[in-house]
Design a protein around this ligand. Structure first.
Ligand code: ADP
Ligand code: ZN
Ligand code: ZN
Length: 735
C-alpha cells in the first residue's frame, strides 16, 4: 500500500458498463486541473476508452498507486451535472440497487455519451410578424399556428410548436409568406418575461387558497399533495404557482404522465405563461433532447414540461416541481433502471430545497399516507371549477344478461338519449382489439401465444392474432387444431367489437376510437380529437388513452363497459388501481357546463367498494384500503422489494429464489423480515422465458436496504448461465 501523497488527485469515476464484482466506480489518477465533480472524463478501460462522469475527487487512496491508470482527459466544458444532481443520481443508484454508471448514462443526453466535446446546436424561436393574415379562412392549421404565436409574443420553440400539432413544413410555409419569423437561440432576458396579456382565469376561492399555501413555501423544501376532484382546476393552480416561481426568478419543472398524445396540458401552460415553455419526452430526437438539456441547465429555459425522464435534467435555480396525476403508473420505469420519477422528484425537491406539488384527483396510497401523517401538506379542491356539479354515478346490474351482452339494453337507451340531445358519449373499455380470445366452441380449445402463457388477442383491422406481451402476430386460424372442427369464434369484447356494436345501433353518428391500434402518433390524435372538439354528437370508444389529460366539454355520459375487470387481479394494488381508473374515467363526464352521468356495468352491484365510489368517496375508500394494508403489513406500511428471476428453465428460477430466500432468512440483521415466494408470475412464461418472483417486505427502508445488499451479493456470486435476477424496489406491478 502506498503512503498518501498530497500532490496527487484520485477520481472516482462512474462508467456506463457493468463492473466486475458489482463495484460502483473505478478509481483513476488525475493530473489535470480541470477535474471537478460532475465533469465528463475519458478513461482507459480494458482496451477501450469510455466516457465516464467524475463522482468525487480524493487526495488519498488506499489502493496500490502503481496499479491505477491515469485518466486520458477531462472534457473542459462545464460539469454535466449540478452538485444536487450528482447527489440525487448517486442516491438513486443506491436506493434502487442499480449500477451507478447506468444511472448516470440514463441521465446523460446521448450526445454527451460520445467521446467528443459537447456539440453546439442552435434552436429556432418563432415569432409572429406584423403582417396580417391574407390566406384562406378555412386554412385552420395556419390560423391556429398564428393564433398560438400571437398569444406568445416572446415566441415559441419549434419542438413546442410540434407538440401543439404544427409541423415544420407548415412553419416554413408561413415563414416564406412573412407571417412569422425565426431567431436562432435568442434567449435574451427580455424575451423571457411573462406576457401580461396572456389569457388566464381568475382563480376561485378554493384555488386561491391552495395557491396561497404553495406560494408561502416556495423558497424551501415543502412537499404538497394537491387532491382535487376531476375538473376542479388543478392545472390552473399549477400555472399560477409556476408564475409565482418565475417571479422569484427560479425555474419550474412540470412532470406529466404523457405529453405527445396529450398536447392540451402543454398548450394551456404555453398560452397562459406567455414565455417559451420547453418540452422533453421520448419522441424527441437526440439533438432536440440535448438542446433542451442545455437550455435548462444554463437557465435559458425557465419552465419545462416533460415525461418521467425529465426528472434527470439539471437546472440552474429550481424553485418548483409539479407532478401531475401523481398516481399514474407511467412515472415508474418498468425495466432496466426501475426508478419512480415521482419519488425521485420528492427527493430532488429536498436536495434543491424547493417546493413540490403532487397533484391528482385520485392520489396514490403512498402519497395519501404521507399527507395523513403530516409529511406532505394536504391541499384539497372539492368543487368543479366550471358550473357543472360532479357527475352522478349509477351502477348497471349485468347479472341477468348473458355473457354475450356487451352493452345492456338500458345502457344503449341512455346512449341514445344523450346522442339525440346533441351530446357526446364516452364508452370506456380497457382492452384493445376485437376480442381477448379465440375459442373452439366444439372442444373448448383456446388459441395461446406460442411464446407466452397467455392468450393472443383477436384483431379485426388488420385481421390477425396478436400477443400483447411479446408482439407475436399470426393469421387468424379458421379451424381447430385439436378437433379439426371449424366452429372457431372470437370470444369477449375489445374496443373494436364495441365500435362494431355502436356502429350497428348508431349508423349515422360520428364514432371515434382512441386506443393504441388506432392512434399511433400525434397526427392521428389531432385528427380524432378535432372531430370531438367540433361539438357535434359523437361516440368516443377507447382504452385508458381517453382518460389521460383530455378535456372534452361536450361529453355528458361515460359508460364503463366492464368494471369488474378493473378490480380483479392478484395484485394487492388492484383495488387502488381499479378505483383510480374508474373515477378518472368517470371524471370525463360533465366537464363543461352540462351535468354529466356515469354508467358502470357490473356483475357485482352490491360490492361495498362500488357503493363508495358511486358517492365519489375516494378518500373514504382509500382510508379502508389503507387500514387493510396496515393490518396485512403491506406497502405503504412496509417497504417492498421484489426480486424477479427469468430463465428458459423454470426450475432454475425457482431454485435460485428459494436459495436466496434461505440466505436472507438466515441473516441475523434481517430478523422479522417477511418473504413471500418463490411464486410464478401471473404470466408465467413470456417470450419463452419463465418468470418467478420473491416479495421481500421489510419493516423500514433500512432493513430493506440490508436485504437489497445481500441480494446484490447473491446475484454477483451467481454462476448460473441463462438466469437473470433483478431487484425492483417499490414495484407497481406485483404479480
Ligand atoms: P383538473 O386539472 O383539476 O382536472 P382543469 O384545470 O382541467 O381541472 O379545469 C377544468 C376546467 O375548468 C377547464 O376547462 C378549465 O379551463 C376550467 N377552469 C379552471 N379553473 C377555472 C376558473 N377559476 N374559472 C373558470 N374556469 C376554470
Ligand atoms: Zn376444437
Ligand atoms: Zn406472446
Amino acid at each position: 500500500m502506498n503512503s498518501p501523497n498530497d500532490s496527487k488527485l484520485y477520481a472516482h469515476i462512474a462508467l456506463p458498463v457493468p463492473l466486475i464484482g458489482g463495484f460502483d466506480y473505478i478509481v483513476t489518477k488525475v493530473q489535470t486541473e480541470h477535474a471537478v465533480a460532475g465533469a465528463r472524463a475519458l478513461v482507459p478501460f480494458g482496451n477501450r476508452r469510455l466516457v465516464g462522469v467524475v463522482l468525487e475527487l480524493k487526495t488519498r487512496c488506499d489502493l496500490d498507486d502503481a496499479k491505477l491508470k491515469p485518466i486520458d482527459m477531462i472534457f473542459t466544458e462545464q460539469p454535466v451535472f449540478s452538485s444536487e444532481m450528482l447527489t440525487l443520481l448517486s442516491w438513486a443508484a443506491h436506493y434502487y440497487s442499480h449500477p451507478i454508471g447506468e444511472v448516470f448514462s440514463n441521465a446523460l443526453p446521448s450526445a454527451l455519451r460520445k467521446p467528443k466535446a459537447a456539440p453546439t446546436y442552435t434552436k429556432s424561436l418563432w415569432r409572429r410578424t406584423r403582417k396580417a393574415f391574407e390566406g384562406r379562412s378555412n386554412a385552420h392549421l395556419q390560423i391556429a399556428a398564428l393564433d398560438a404565436l400571437e398569444h406568445s409574443p416572446s415566441g415559441l420553440w419549434d419542438d413546442a410548436l410540434r407538440i401543439m400539432g404544427f409541423s415544420t413544413n407548415l412553419l416554413r410555409k408561413l415563414e416564406q409568406q412573412d407571417y412569422i419569423e425565426r431567431e436562432e437561440n435568442d434567449l435574451s432576458s427580455k424575451a423571457m418575461q411573462i406576457s401580461e396579456d396572456a389569457h388566464h382565469y381568475t382563480l376561485n376561492e378554493e384555488q386561491a387558497a391552495t395557491l396561497t399555501s404553495i406560494k408561502a413555501k416556495l423558497g424551501r423544501f415543502s412537499p404538497h399533495l394537491l387532491e382535487g376532484v376531476t375538473g376542479s382546476g388543478k392545472t390552473e393552480v399549477y400555472i399560477a404557482a409556476v408564475k409565482e416561481c418565475l417571479l422569484l426568478d427560479k425555474q419550474a419543472l412540470v412532470l406529466v404522465p404523457e405529453i405527445n398524445l396529450t398536447p392540451q396540458t402543454f398548450k394551456r401552460f404555453q398560452s397562459q405563461l406567455g414565455i417559451p415553455v420547453a418540452v422533453y419526452h421520448s419522441g424527441m430526437t437526440e439533438k432536440e433532447k440535448f438542446i433542451t438539456y442545455q437550455m435548462l441547465k444554463t437557465g435559458q429555459a425557465k419552465v419545462l414540461i416533460g415525461t418521467r425522464s425529465a426528472i434527470f435534467l439539471s437546472t440552474q435555480a429550481l424553485g418548483l416541481i409539479i407532478v401531475d396525476e401523481e398516481h399514474d403508473s407511467s412515472y415508474k420505469q418498468s425495466d432496466n433502471f426501475k426508478y419512480s420519477a415521482r419519488d425521485l422528484a420528492v427527493k430532488r425537491a429536498q436536495l434543491e430545497d424547493c417546493a413540490i406539488v403532487l397533484g391528482s384527483a385520485t392520489p396514490s396510497s403512498d402519497s395519501l399516507l404521507n399527507a395523513q401523517q403530516g409529511r406532505f401538506d394536504w391541499l384539497t379542491l372539492n368543487q368543479r371549477a366550471k358550473k357543472a356539479a360532479m357527475p352522478t354515478i349509477k351502477l348497471e346490474d349485468m347479472r341477468a344478461l348473458t355473457s354475450k351482452d356487451i352493452l345492456s339494453p338500458r345502457t344503449l337507451a341512455k346512449i341514445k338519449t344523450q346522442i339525440d340531445q346533441g351530446n357526446q358519449v364516452i364508452v370506456f373499455h380497457n382492452r384493445r382489439g376485437l376480442a381477448p380470445s379465440l375459442m373452439c366452441f366444439d372442444c373448448g380449445w383456446i388459441y395461446q401465444c406460442p411464446n407466452c402463457d397467455a392468450r393472443a388477442t383477436v384483431h379485426q383491422r388488420p385481421a390477425r392474432l396478436h400477443c400483447h406481451h411479446c408482439d407475436y402476430k399470426s393469421p387468424i386460424v379458421g379451424s381447430c387444431p385439436q378437433c379439426k372442427g371449424t366452429n372457431v369464434n372470437a370470444v369477449g369484447a375489445g374496443t373494436e367489437r364495441i365500435e362494431q356494436i355502436l356502429h350497428y345501433y348508431f349508423p349515422n353518428t360520428d364514432l371515434v376510437r382512441l386506443d393504441r391500434d388506432e392512434i399511433k402518433n400525434q397526427a392521428d390524435l389531432e385528427q380524432a380529437t378535432s372531430i370531438i372538439h367540433q361539438g357535434q354528437p359523437c361516440l368516443i370508444v377507447g382504452t385508458q388513452m381517453i382518460v389521460k389529460g383530455h378535456d372534452f366539454p361536450d361529453v355528458t355520459l361515460v359508460v364503463v363497459v366492464d368494471a369488474d375487470g378493473l378490480f380483479f387481479s392478484s395484485d394487492f394494488r388492484a383495488m387502488e388501481k381499479g378505483a383510480q381508473q374508474l373515477l378518472q374515467v368517470a371524471g370525463r363526464a360533465g366537464r363543461g357546463d352540462k351535468k354529466g352521468e356515469v354508467t358502470i356495468q357490473t356483475r357485482q352491484p352490491e360490492h361495498p367498494l362500488l357503493e363508495l365510489l358511486k358517492q365519489h368517496q375516494y378518500t373514504n375508500f382509500m382510508q379502508n384500503e389503507l387500514r387493510e394494508r396496515e393490518l396485512c403489513a403491506l406497502p405503504p406500511f412496509s417497504k417492498l422489494a421484489t426480486i424477479r428471476a427469468e430463465s428458459v428453465d423454470a426450475g432454475r428460477c425457482e431454485q435460485a429464489l428459494a436459495q436466496l430466500k434461505g440466505c436472507l432468512n438466515s441473516t441475523k440483521e434481517l430478523a422479522g423480515i417477511c418473504i413471500a415466494g418463490p411464486l410464478s408470475a401471473a404470466i408465467s412464461r413470456k417470450q419463452n422465458r419463465y418468470r418467478y418472483y420473491l416479495h421481500v417486505f421489510a419493516e423500514n427502508n433500512k432493513q430493506r436496504f440490508i436485504a437489497q445488499h445481500y441480494t446484490l451479493h447473491f446475484i454477483h456470486q451467481l454462476k448460473q448461465r441463462d438466469l437473470r435476477l433483478s431487484i425492483d424496489v417499490d414495484p407497481i406491478e406485483t404479480n
